[in-house]
Each structure stands twice: as structure tokens, then as C-alpha cells.
Write a protein of this length. Structure first.
Length: 297
């Protein structure tokens, strides 16, 4: 029988562990750079153009109003009823721009039908814008303009009452004054203060300040004129009915009363910022004394 050959120990050492591991372990791979898409110069230029166009489009949304108004001014004068207001073309253009800016809102496009509908729906507010714009644009008003403004000025009366009063006097249109006074009283209480000022004897607006100056007609009124206008004797009669005998005694001692649009009040009461201090004449003090005497005081 052939003799089995025994494997040599040296050969076993030659097939070393390192050689076996080198054969089994994977070789580390270097990360490959991400694939880059080739962009042609034409594509890059197109993208820049598109981005630039978007920016320009966004700007037009806020700057195209004037250009659009210039193209459609004749129609807008008819839509906004500006033809009968004796306006120059540039004045009508300025007013049309204000109205279109207000009526378009944030819309990126403008069309006449939409502007017409929104104007009709918001006509009171739009007319107030027109009235105020006329006062800003013109130093002198025609009669048509004055009548329009007086009927549509709204709460802007608080700022424009002195100007409108002068225009009314100049045009001898006293019939417009009562409406202006009503607007003044309404918006004074809504926007300024809960109590009205005392009525001015000259312009009849509730606009007399504590220093006896009128903020509407500019007159500086005397106490005598104010007393005559308000019927001071009647106010004193109401005063003695309303307040205590002690209040009346203090009033005689101090020699004056506070006057506001609600009537008279004793000087020992808190003074309101619109109260006017009115000195009592000798005759008026005697009236108060005789009233107290009639009460046995």
C-alpha cells in the first residue's frame, strides 16, 4: 500500500491568517462625487431672464396704476362722476390715481368693469376721497366743488372745517352750514372727545375753546358776547335748580362758574379740559344771593 504523505507543518504556516483575511475583507471604496448636470450657457441665461421677469412682474403690481390711468382717463372720469366737478385734467388724473389705488387693492391686474363695480359698492368712501382730494388740490373752490365737498367730506370735517367755513362765507352758501355743523358734532364725539365744546357765537359750530378762541372761524369771543349768545340768565336759573345751596354759596364766594356745552357747574367741582371759566357780574351774584334768601339761607 502506498504510504500516506503527512502534510508538512511548514506549509501550514505559509497559509497564514493574514493572507486568508486579506482575501475575505472588502477593499474600502472612495465616495464618488455626485453626478453634476451639465447646464448649457443658453439654459443658464434663460433661468436668469425668467427670474428677472418675475421680479419685474411683482414691481408692476404696485407701479402700473399711473400708466393704466393714463390709458383710461376719459373712461375713469365718467366712471367716477368727475366731469361736473370743474376739474382740470391733471386734477382729475390725480384723483383717479387715488381711487384706482384704493379700489384695486392687491390685485396684479386692473380692469374697468371691476373698478366700476367696486366704486359703486364703496361710493360713500370714494366720494370722501374725492372731496378731500379736491381740498388738497385747489386753493379756491368753485360753487359745484364746494357743494360736493360739503355733502361728502365725512370725518375729514375735523381737519377742514376752517377752510370750508371760509368757502361757504365767500360763496354766500349759508344753507350748507347746518350740514357741516352736524358733521362736526358727530365726528367730534366719535373721534375727538366725549363732550362737545361750547358753541361759538359767530360761526355757531361747537368749537369754542377755554381761552374763548374758536378753532373753526378763528374769532376771539368776549365773555359778554358769549353770555348774550347762550342766554346766561336762563343758564343761571337752571344752575340753582340743579346744585345744592352749599354749591351756590361757594360759587358766590369764588365769583365765577365753569361753562361747558352741558351748562354751568360750580367752581369747586372738577374742571374738564373744555370748561370755560366765566366771571359773574354783580347782578348775577345778586341773583344767586336772592335765590338763597328765598330759601331762608
Amino acid at each position: 500500500m502506498p504510504r500516506k504523505t503527512k502534510p508538512s507543518q511548514g506549509r501550514k504556516k505559509i497559509s497564514s491568517t493574514e493572507s486568508t483575511l486579506q482575501g475575505k475583507l472588502p477593499i474600502p471604496q472612495q465616495p464618488q462625487p455626485a453626478e453634476q448636470k451639465d447646464v448649457s450657457p443658453q439654459e443658464s441665461y434663460s433661468e436668469q431672464l425668467s427670474s428677472s421677469s418675475k421680479r419685474l412682474s411683482q414691481k408692476r403690481k404696485y407701479t402700473d396704476t399711473e400708466t393704466w390711468v393714463d390709458r383710461n382717463l376719459s373712461d375713469l372720469i365718467e366712471i367716477f362722476n368727475l366731469a361736473y366737478l370743474d376739474l382740470k385734467e391733471e386734477e382729475a388724473r390725480s384723483i383717479a390715481i387715488k381711487l384706482v389705488d384704493m379700489l384695486r387693492g392687491e390685485a396684479s391686474t386692473i380692469d374697468k368693469d371691476t373698478i366700476r363695480r367696486r366704486f359703486t359698492r364703496n361710493i360713500q368712501q370714494a366720494y370722501q376721497v374725492i372731496a378731500q382730494a379736491i381740498l388738497e388740490l385747489r386753493d379756491d373752490l368753485t360753487l359745484n366743488q364746494l357743494e360736493f365737498v360739503a355733502n361728502n367730506i365725512g370725518e375729514a370735517i375735523l381737519g377742514y372745517a376752517p377752510r370750508l367755513y371760509k368757502e361757504v362765507i365767500k360763496h354766500n352758501k349759508h344753507d350748507l352750514l347746518e350740514n357741516l355743523r352736524t358733521l362736526w358734532r358727530t365726528y367730534w364725539v366719535q373721534r375727538k372727545y366725549q363732550m362737545l365744546p361750547v358753541e361759538c357765537p359767530r360761526c355757531r359750530f361747537n368749537s369754542l375753546m377755554p381761552d374763548l378762541s374758536c378753532v373753526v372761524c378763528g374769532t376771539l369771543v368776549s365773555e359778554e358776547e358769549l353770555k348774550r349768545h347762550l342766554g346766561f340768565e336762563k343758564l343761571l336759573q337752571d344752575f340753582v335748580k340743579q346744585y345744592s345751596e352749599e354749591d351756590i354759596k361757594k360759587t358766590i364766594t369764588y365769583g365765577y362758574v365753569y361753562l361747558n356745552s352741558l351748562g354751568l357747574k360750580p367752581p369747586i367741582h372738577e374742571r374738564d379740559k373744555l370748561d370755560i371759566e366765566i366771571l359773574l357780574s354783580t347782578k348775577e351774584k345778586e341773583y344767586l344771593k336772592s335765590f338763597l334768601a328765598s330759601k331762608g339761607v
